[in-house]
Write a protein that binds this ligand. Sequence first.
Ligand code: GLU
Length: 507
Amino acid sequence: MSKRVRVRFAPSPTGGLHLGGVRTVLYNYLFAKKHGGDFLVRIEDTDQSRYVPGAEEYIFDTLKWCGLEPDESVQHEGNYGPYRQSERKETYRKYAEQLVKDGFAYYAFDTTEELEKMRHDYKTEQNPSPQYDHTIRMKMRNSLTLPPDEVKTLLDAGTKHVIRIKVPEKETVSFIDMIRGKVSFDTSIVDDKVLLKGDGMPTYHLAVVVDDHLMQISHAFRGEEWLPSAPVHILLWKYLFGIENMPQWAHFPLILGPNGKLSKRDGAKYGFPVFAMNWTDPKTNELTEGFKEKGFLPEAFINLLALLGWNDGTEQEIFSKEELIEKFSMERIHSAGAKFDYEKAKWFNHEWIKKFEVSGLRFEVKSLLEKNDIPVSDISLLYKVIELVKDRCTLLPDFVQQSSFFFKTPEQWYVDAVKPKWNEEKKKFFELFIEEINALENWQSAVIEDAFKKMAALQNIKPGELQLPFRIMLVGGKFGPPVFNIAELLGKNETILRIQNALKVFG
Ligand code: GLU
């Protein structure tokens, strides 16, 4: 029987979640849901020097916003906890000790100074930064070089030490990556990574393997940047739990920015978000803007992320989460880096706003308007307004410009756009138009438009010349949906009032 599908996202809580991180979550999530499996989040916080307050909470807030909540995590009850590695500290030592006993790892007593000296003494032109590896290990102070009784004495005395993996000298380590196919590494270039640190904490390498085993992970998916660590993980699987029990691996392609790998700095430089939500670095107070705050819908955000490295083999680009679950397949993820294009990202959001039901947008729009001091008391008007303007909005804040004038009479008019062509005839037209529409019984855009055009013909003015002034009277500026639709939603009295007010200013 094949294993139950269990996948994990294993972030280190060191800062905001960028596009690549959320895409890793998404692919894990889609795979789990497609196969009726479990998606869990494990917090990998063994490197306490990199701990950043608030980062863990941020990760869960982001997953919630994206609608990608795990089945098991520190916040979601599960049977394989704790889901925070710092709370599993006691678990790891015995595996490291087992490796030492079996000859696959060793104690190393080298001090910081000794390690520095090694890096200095063995530095050559060909090897500018020597590593602790098979060429060096026998020249250092460890349980491979010291006599056994001395090792025992040092350990008994509680001498600070680490446990390092003893990477075989000339072996080829291979595994099948679900995206890349067979990947092989020559172990002679892999260093003897620390597995257990001086403070008794495991390093990421040991903890990831032990926890993937204990949490019965069937598939381990992560970003391509982790590929160089894979040989150490494969060796650990081989030595501890057996290669046949290892999860299936996949390394997702890098996300590329305008110049190579997408970085946080690209965001600041080119003016687009890189993080899912706003992130304020607690040390520097530096704020990095998120997709959420920029005005992206979570549905659009996960849709655009899904397409950064995957497609379903057709031309389709807009997918709901449910469709993604149905169509997602690892075979269709490409191994080449995926280029992030902000204009395209905005296109996705625009398509999603258009596709959305008004009821799904109303809370967002209402709160955006209210944040901009535009009180919205008439909810049925809000519905009609959203319906009318949503096709013109790319990012959610666009709703502010496109709809505030429905709820608030303009206080200023873009008079300069009208003035040069303003004359007595046009003024006359609007005065007569007020009388005309005042008598209308049926207040609908088509009827208003009809009255407008008839009156223009009577006055011998091209309606095109009157539409801009009319728009500026109602809106204040040169934007918004078709002007007769605006008039319809404003209602007769308000339309007349706005024309009268503007006429006073236009002169
Ligand atoms: N803790 C690693 C990270 O911060 C996880 C890598 C993995 O999934 O194995 O991304």
